[in-house]
Design a binder for this molecule. Structure first.
Ligand code: SF4
Length: 310
């Protein structure tokens, strides 16, 4: 293994856990929250129907079919048995899509919970006004804060096809503005979107590298019941990675091209409801996926950033 990637243990890729260890000297866990937000790509402000793959409760442990429980209750439920530190992860829907006073109320409520040392706020690249950026910059002075942007693909054709309602230019502009306030940015991408090829995935990594984000979350395409994507899947129009073995080479190619200093927050999608997931069904846990990635990189004799070009 070359000396290019020094941070993190075991060092094959720069894990979020290793990053937290460097920052805090101990593990930090993210507790996913549903704060009752909506999304401008669903309510008609930007679009209707949402992104073609999105049935939001599928990636939140708190179903939107019912009113979400109070944040304090969600935070309490998400804690480990042993004492630990946490980030309140505003995950469901668009977590900057509300009046400023409401955002402040929710973020303050989360931060007031014991052992919560920061916030991770998931949003769209087109949903951050200068006033919201000011608000987030103020929180970043007092706590550990990440802003998470859904990008999904570097290809506008794909973004249109999946009804994202924003462009790659919107993403790059949002990252620039957010980073100019000194905020950490994590980008979400999906491998396997309709119409994309392995070359499309690596081009997305090129854009991620150029954008200057500090973190990345990889997802594999999942088809969820009740989404527009599920309709296309039924007619055979949407191939998926039917096993981890098929996903692994593409993920490892992306890791090799990724800037070695970019923190990897996640390697693959997680869906909490097996009943809602149409495909693919992988039996592996997150830990097993991580072990498989390390195994593949070891076999190749490579690591995150081994093919990164500045
Ligand atoms: S993925 Fe995010 S932006 Fe897209 S519809 Fe769902 S909540 Fe909205």
């Amino acid at each position: 293994m070359s000396s290019a990637l020094k941070r993190g243990e075991p060092g094959w890729y720069y894990r979020l856990g290793a990053y937290f260890k460097e920052q805090f000297g101990q593990p930090v866990f993210k507790i996913p929250l549903d704060a009752g937000f909506s999304c401008p790509n669903r309510d008609g402000t930007i679009g209707i129907g949402g992104c073609s793959y999105c049935y939001n409760p599928s990636f939140s442990p708190h179903s939107r079919d019912n009113h979400p429980p109070a944040l304090s209750e969600q935070l309490q439920k998400g804690k480990k048995k042993k004492p630990a530190l946490y980030l309140a992860y505003f995950q469901s829907y668009t977590n900057t899509y509300a009046p400023l006073h409401k955002l402040k109320e929710l973020y303050d409520e989360a931060l007031s919970a014991p052992e919560v040392i920061g916030l991770s706020i998931a949003t769209r690249p087109d949903c951050l006004s200068p006033a919201i950026l000011d608000l987030l910059a103020d929180y970043a002075e007092r706590c550990h804060l990440w802003v998470e942007f859904g990008l999904q693909s570097a290809h506008d054709k794909t973004l249109k096809r999946i009804n994202r309602g924003h462009s790659t230019a919107d993403f790059l502009k949002a990252v620039k503005l957010t980073r100019s306030r000194g905020l950490r940015v994590c980008a979400h991408i999906i491998l396997g979107l309709p119409g994309e090829t392995p070359a499309s995935f690596t081009e997305t990594i090129d854009l991620i590298n150029r954008s200057g984000v500090e973190g990345i979350k990889f997802h594999h395409l999942q088809v969820i019941l009740g989404t527009p994507l599920a309709e296309d899947y039924k007619t055979g129009g949407v191939p998926v990675f039917d096993s981890l073995a098929h996903y692994l080479p593409h993920l490892c190619d992306c890791l090799e091209l990724l800037n070695p200093s970019t923190v990897v927050h996640r390697l693959a999608s997680q869906a909490t409801s097996a009943e809602l997931l149409i495909a693919p069904h992988w039996p592996e846990s997150a830990g097993q996926i991580a072990a498989a990635v390390i195994g593949e990189l070891k076999k190749r004799g490579t690591h995150q950033g081994s093919r990164f070009c500045k």
